[in-house]
Design a protein. Structure first.
Length: 215
């Protein structure tokens, strides 16, 4: 009677967590999670940027798009710490979405970035306008860390970036259309006033010169 026992199959070890320095952890936690969340809360309550520069939160959709940035970074951090390889692809897509949103707002804040960097010296007020740039750097760091654990298909990264940028473009279309439609009647009215002024000037000149005005 054969009583030999088949050797146990070796279990696959969980993927190693990418080595983060203390600076990298601080970058992700502070610049990728805390700072975007605080900036969103401050702007939603005080409308500081809207009163001085432009409104970064014109609709509720913009609020949810920006809120996705700290949540995506937090989800990526949780996935890496828990070594949940089954969720790496979902976290990669969400992280790419957050990078796309942060990238768009980084471009929008480019004109005031130098002034914001100078404002950091005064009670750290410049950190709020610098939040998109800092969260973009932190988001890229997390995206690289996720791909180091499990290289997700490139279409997930491209799709996430396109979804983030496309959402902000879609949210701005109604406002742009409304501005165009409201500006059109104003321009038509201005053109009509100029035409009337030119007609009155033509008649007054003709009367002064003593000739019959030509219609």
């Amino acid at each position: 009677m054969n009583t030999s026992v088949a050797p146990a199959q070796p279990t696959s070890a969980p993927p190693p967590v990418p080595r983060f320095s203390a600076l990298s952890w601080a970058l992700v936690i502070v610049c990728g999670i805390l700072l975007p969340a605080v900036t969103l809360l401050v702007e939603a309550v005080t409308h500081m940027c809207a009163d001085i520069f432009f409104d970064p939160l014109p609709t509720v959709g913009h609020v949810f798009a920006l809120a996705a940035v700290p949540f995506a970074n937090l989800a990526s951090l949780w996935t890496l710490r828990r070594r949940e390889t089954a969720r790496v692809e979902a976290a990669t897509f969400a992280q790419a979405f957050a990078v796309g949103v942060s990238g768009v707002y980084t471009i929008l804040f480019v004109p005031i970035t130098p002034m914001a960097a100078y404002g950091v010296l005064f009670w750290g007020l410049g950190l709020l306008p610098l939040s998109p740039l800092l969260s973009l750097i932190a988001g890229l760091r997390m995206l690289l860390a996720l791909r180091a654990v499990r290289r997700a298909p490139a279409r997930l990264v491209v799709g996430g970036l396109a979804a983030g940028v496309g959402l902000l473009i879609a949210l701005n279309i109604p406002a742009a259309a409304t501005q165009f439609l409201t500006a059109r009647p104003a321009s038509d009215a201005a053109a009509a006033r100029c035409s009337q002024i030119a007609w009155l000037h033509h008649w007054s000149t003709a009367l002064v010169e003593g000739r019959a005005p030509v219609r």
